[in-house]
Ligand binder design. Structure first.
Ligand code: AGP
Length: 360
């Protein structure tokens, strides 16, 4: 069945490998016979009618939300705010006239997100839940649901749900753009098909990624992830993956922020993972790498084909610039997996963590 490990030593590795199939499944589920986007008309209307979107989520789903904001703002031209669920009620923003709340949750059971949903429903605002579990609390209590179709995710560290969330958000953004009459030079299904192939190629490069984990993360206490633009958000997710399963203290931050503090922590041999998948920041992020290397860092550049330079540790295949997060996260997931494995950590069930956090 779906929830057996089969020949895999861990669910996490199995779920990483499933990602290309999940993306293809999403393409299939969200496409009609005329190759148009298949989406509930009520959701389309809610997206079209709102004047601002408030994304609410926690952990990895929050990281997907940060990228969802990019997709929706860039493609559909609607302002988006992304909020950590547990902070929302203390720091509740001033709401626009016609807000739409979007809850992103793999499990659909995260208590922090649910309490915001209860609050915003009381205020009378419409809610859309994007989840992997259609019958879940967040799905039942929202007005609308979009299904991730990722299949059960068992490992505590989320992998395929994250990439599925981004794929669905990208499709939703394009659908909204079309509904609003915005002309786009971007075919989401075709581009996601290219993403699925790229992911598949990466899952065949496990040995190389295991070697990188061995080379860069052997006995280290900490590790930093840097990126600019959307690479910054992928770095946040990479650092969360690494810390939760390998217990290496990991921090993701914007390349430009280095000089404002974190560079003080760079010592001889400190691992720094830098993402370079965006043309407009390729020069600047490489400048940041030189800065940390000059202070002794052991830096690993993960770049994208076409933007790569000699000496880069790992190069992902070329995909549409806006969809790079779905692909660049895969080597980060695998490096985290191997780092945890080499440290004899309980990969699927890291200490102190639960798969879904049902307490506030
Ligand atoms: C992911 O690796 C984490 N274990 C965690 O951050 C998770 O994403 C978070 O608890 C949110 O869960 P949800 O998507 O089920 O709401």
């Amino acid at each position: 069945t779906d929830i057996e490990k089969g020949t895999y030593p861990h669910f996490m590795l199995k779920e990483i490998d499933e990602q290309p199939f999940v993306i293809r499944k999403i393409i299939q589920e969200y496409q009609d016979e005329n190759d148009d986007i298949k989406l509930d008309a009520d959701i389309r209307n809610a997206m079209k009618e709102c004047d601002r979107i408030y994304i609410i989520a926690a952990g990895t789903s929050y990281h997907a939300g940060l990228l969802g904001k990019q997709f929706i703002e860039k493609l559909a031209n609607i302002p988006v705010e992304v909020h950590v669920a547990s902070e929302f009620s203390y720091n509740m923003p001033l709401l626009s006239e016609k807000p739409l709340f979007v809850y992103i949750s793999q499990s659909g059971e995260t208590a922090d997100s649910r309490s915001v949903l209860v609050q915003t429903k009381e205020l009378g605002h419409p809610a859309l839940t994007i989840t992997n579990v259609p019958g879940s609390t967040l799905s039942r209590e929202a007005d609308y649901t979009l299904h991730l179709h990722a299949g059960p995710e068992i490992a505590v560290a989320s992998t395929k749900a994250y990439t599925a969330q981004m794929a669905v958000l990208a499709i939703l953004a394009v659908d909204t753009a079309r509904a609003k009459g915005i002309e786009l030079d971007f075919d989401p299904m075709q581009e996601l098909g290219i993403v699925a192939n790229a992911m598949e190629a990466l899952t065949d490069q496990k040995e190389e990624l295991e070697d990188l984990a061995r080379e860069y993360l052997p006995v280290t206490r900490n590790c930093f992830f840097i990126g600019r633009g959307i690479d910054f958000y992928v770095g946040l997710e990479g650092s969360l993956k690494l810390k939760e399963i390998s217990y290496i203290q990991a921090e993701g931050f914007a390349g430009g922020e280095l000089k404002h503090g974190t560079i003080a922590l760079i010592e001889e041999g400190t691992p720094v993972v830098a993402l370079a998948t965006q043309e407009n920041v390729n020069y600047s992020i490489r400048g940041n790498v030189q800065e940390v290397e000059a202070r002794g860092a052991n830096s690993m550049i993960i770049s994208m084909k076409g933007l790569d330079k000699e000496g880069d540790a790992f190069v992902i295949p070329h995909v549409h610039e806006i969809l790079t997060p779905l692909v660049s996260v895969v080597p980060l997931q695998l490096i985290s997996y191997y780092a945890a494995l080499h440290r004899d950590c309980d990969v699927d069930k890291p200490r102190n963590l639960a798969k879904s956090v049902t307490v506030e």
